[in-house]
Design a protein around this ligand. Structure first.
Ligand code: ZN
Length: 377
């Protein structure tokens, strides 16, 4: 049956097919197609499985080739960010594996939010509440700040604030994270240093190394640079206010937009606190599992699983979990009913998976030594 056999009935009157494309005789199969559509409508939904998404890449003036060389990402030489899971504005991750391949997260959440995110997350947020990204800062990110939820509600048409944390995947002796301003700096001094080029004198610079976690609550002045490879977890929000972009211009010759007044309003000069967080070992696991950070908006843990080992992940229908693989390769084993064989979804370094809340109990099998960051709202 040709394509035209299906469309012939819907051609506007007066339109004719070219001779060579004359439709087949009246089509009996079209009724069959309608029938199968009816069946599909009533078909049970595709069972959920560990979801992997297509990366959303962002080239940046401060980007480089680190995501490509260190994580095997298929991106450019100036890529700054690889969004692993996101559903914010027009950026919604697209499933890259299994029967739901090609579907947008936003589309799946319209009908299956509770199954995917879990009741607890759904009730609190009604949308996917986090953005998970890899970030490579060859040069400096703009000096920036993010708003609190209250600030965003008061001064933006819609949206939430942005609390974020960085896990350091790779650093060099030159790598630095700017976090907060030096104690005693007043708003007037900060403001003046922005205009007279002396901002370096009042910001807190941290030397960082692999494995460290830096918490950036809203209101904290921050930046990062020096061939620094980070895993960034943040609230699903698009609000970044820039104090300065260090005098740079975009490839089009124009400087990036600054939001100095709004940034000053959103900044919290007291936000220094504990700069680096100490991991704590979690009890009750037959393998090494550390709590990296537990804040109001998300939790991050780190799993170290030796080759050949299997780690059981307790079922938690209240929330979904994301797994970002920093080293090694292995498989998620899930869906074992009774004594049936579980299904397997392979994973490898550089990939992130979303494990739906409705998946039940599953385990992680390491084919080689694995380092995995677990993230959940
Ligand atoms: Zn930021």
């Amino acid at each position: 049956m040709s394509l035209y056999a299906l469309t012939s009935k819907t051609l506007p009157t007066g339109l004719r097919f070219p001779e060579s494309l004359t439709p087949d005789p009246p089509c009996i199969a079209s009724e069959g197609l309608l029938q199968s559509c009816r069946l599909m409508k009533n078909a049970p939904p595709v069972p959920l499985y560990p979801l992997h998404f297509q990366e959303i890449y962002r080239d940046k003036v401060w980007g480089g080739d680190g995501l490509k060389t260190a994580l095997g990402k298929k991106c450019g030489a100036r890529t700054g960010e690889s969004w692993e899971i996101a559903d914010v504005g027009k950026d919604s991750s697209v499933v890259a594996n299994g029967p739901l391949k090609g579907r947008k997260l936003s589309e799946l959440l319209k009908t299956r939010a509770r199954e995917i995110m879990g009741d607890d997350v759904y009730i609190r947020h009604q949308r996917f509440p986090l953005i998970i990204k890899f970030l490579f800062a060859k040069d400096r990110l703009s000096l920036q700040v993010h708003p609190t939820d209250d600030f965003a509600r008061a001064f933006e048409p819609e949206g939430t604030g942005k609390m974020e944390a960085w896990y350091v995947i790779g650093a060099t002796p030159e790598s630095r994270i700017i976090r907060g301003v030096l104690p005693g700096t007043s708003e007037a001094e900060f403001r003046e240093s922005l205009t007279n080029g002396k901002i370096e004198d009042c910001i807190n610079k941290l030397r960082v190394k692999e494995g460290e976690v830096i918490f950036i609550p809203p209101g904290t002045v921050h930046s990062a640079y020096g061939d620094l490879l980070l895993l960034e977890v943040q609230q699903s929000s698009d609000f970044t206010y820039r104090f300065t972009d260090w005098g740079r211009t975009e490839p089009n010759g124009k400087p990036r937009e600054l939001q100095v007044e709004r940034a000053i309003k959103a900044m919290d000069l007291q936000s220094i606190g504990v700069s680096k967080l100490k991991p704590t070992r979690l009890a009750g696991f037959a393998y090494k599992r550390d709590l990296l950070i537990k804040c109001e908006k998300f939790t991050m843990e780190k799993i170290d699983l030796p080759a050949g080992k299997r780690g059981k992940e307790p079922a938690d229908p209240t929330r979904c979990k994301a797994f970002t693989v920093l080293a090694g390769r292995g498989r998620f084993l899930y869906g074992a009913v009774g004594k049936g064989r579980p299904k397997a979804e392979p994973f490898a370094k550089g990939q992130t998976f979303l494990l739906p809340a409705a998946l039940g109990e599953y385990s992680i099998h390491a084919d080689s030594g694995c380092e995995i960051i677990v993230i959940y709202p």
